[in-house]
Design a protein around this ligand. Sequence first.
Ligand code: SAM
Length: 692
Amino acid sequence: MSSPKVSPDSHSGLTPAILAESPTGHAPGVPYSPVFDDVYHSAAGAWAQARHVFLSGNGLPGRWQGRERFVILETGFGLGNNFLATWAAWRADPQRCTRLVFISIEKHPLLQSDLVRVHQERALDTDEAEAQGMAARLCQAWPSLTPGMHTLDFDESGLPGAGPRTGVTLLLGLGDIATLLPAIVASVDAFFLDGFAPAKNPAMWDEGLISRLNRLAAPGATAATWSVARGVRDALTQAGFRVEKVQGFGGKRDMTQAVFEPRFTPPPLPGGLWPAPAETRHAMVIGAGLAGCAAAWALTRDGWRVTLMDRHEAPAQEASGNPGGLFHSIVHASDGVHARAHRAAALQTMALAGPWVRSGRVDGQCEGLLRLEPRLTDQQAHQRLAALGLPSDHVQWLDRPSASQRAGLDLPSGAWLFAQGGWLHPAGYAQALLEEARQTGLLQWQGQCHVRQVRRQEDGLWQALDAEGRPLADAPTLVLANASHITGLLASATSEIPPLALPLTPIRGQITWLAADHAQAHPPALPVAGGGYVLRLKDGRLLCGATTQHHDDDPTVRATDHTHNLTQAGRLGAWSHSPTTLDGIDIGPLHGRVGWRASTSDRLPMVGAAPLSPHALNGTGRWPDQVRRIPRLRDAQGGLYVIGGLGSRGITWAALAGRLLSHWVSGAPCPVEVDLRDALDPARFALKPPAH
Ligand code: SAM
């Protein structure tokens, strides 16, 4: 077998695909990869191949009919033809599943310009305008080529004649199959195995990887591929599939079709992916800040009934009640879990809220954000970006003059410019999330509902109670989304085995804003962060923040905190003179607001099933040292979940945290790689047993 001629990567980022004309005599007109010396699809047609090999080979569309959700996993996204043909078949099927999730892994994604060209230049084996339109929508949604999982939603507002929750989600995993396939957490109904020819692209057909597909296979899963290579068939057999050869496509006599018939199915791990029986799909979500609203949005999309409760009359009244807040990615030399999780979160926020801001539905600005980095020289910053290989449509380094020009302020240093960054009005964002949830018909709002205790009843339902012990609501699943009060409700949860006390700390934050017509204030053209932040609200006011105060429960807006915020704003160039002192500035009437954000000790949110306390062991047995093995407050009927610790980055985290929570609760595919899931799992705080 010849090895692929991939040039050695000089960075840890992605190397986009190189497209060429196929050499003479080698399927003329079919897009060709000079790196792999192979064509992207059969010369007999990409969509025809998709329909014969991958759709029919997996019993589709029939197998998705009448289902709430159907999950496909493809190896090799390539030009996206299999995805487009599958999406078209789903649209054309009146009995389509409500939600189709198409996961696809791709190491060398096309540049957006190449994707556009390939689909414009080539007829998609069909002259239907609809197919061309779908390809155009894929190209438009094509993400910035950063490593990791990307979520692209299509047909979100439903199809004519279909219910409001219908939709297709493309979960695009950009990276090597050897890293990403083991990192996917999903229950997959159909596998499309579509690498280049095994002889030219052995990594895509690695027997070790294929023989472990049982980890992902749902009961009754199927697999199909045009390849009949013995190694592939043997690996599928080893994974527990019954494999057969059937009639092939486009000059190939045979193809492979397989049905998952394992001899043994291990029980799911306590922190693994659990199926949710239809009759139990009802969750009570306590707390309607951004976290709770995002949880309600994601759960209702996934077909769950949600009772959303808050002590206030309206949502987003506490930490989410500020007039504006930032969202952005971060850059870190090692691109570890913190950086990757922030990046995934910022991309999700932009994909979801960007269109809402552009249409005027939510106040905000989604044209990028400048994050100052005074510790790096221009050269060091460029070296860091080159080493990381992050694309410029995600992050760029701007030297001090360029950054200052973009901000319209005299900035003290160079800055990262994050394209998927900006600011949003938190309450407007929360409202939009709830409007989406309401449209599903699955949301029930219960305002002025102060939950003081939760408990699990004998019938297995979780019950929320008020201060007098009166029941307020019940449901099989309970989601705590009430910031630092999560700790108190967890402690109140009467259960045979106590949940772990989760380390959430309330941190006081005061913000300040100045009148739009303030003579000496300069609101920035783009939001700027770094030792405080400044942004220009829609009405021209300068918003600056924020203080970070531990062990401080003073609700009054304090003059000293205004001074702190305004001094920081001065360092960011938002004053017409003297960046370090406020002397001589007529500050005028100041306005501000105080809120508390709940933070965790590692400054990452916590999203997942509540872990039990190691005290549950009562001195017997060994406490697991893997996060997914830690026992939880959860069984086949439901459980107790938390979504919190979003800290001062609620806007950045909300969309991702909501989807991740729904993954935990509803069994939808995980929107991030498993190591990020583990890093956000509340059970990470239960890894060390307490000293006796
Ligand atoms: N399914 C695609 C479509 O519908 O257009 C065609 C897939 S093409 C035959 C195979 C794809 O596998 C290429 O896009 C290639 O870049 C990708 N690939 C090759 N090696 C890979 C690896 N190690 N990990 C992930 N993807 C890989």
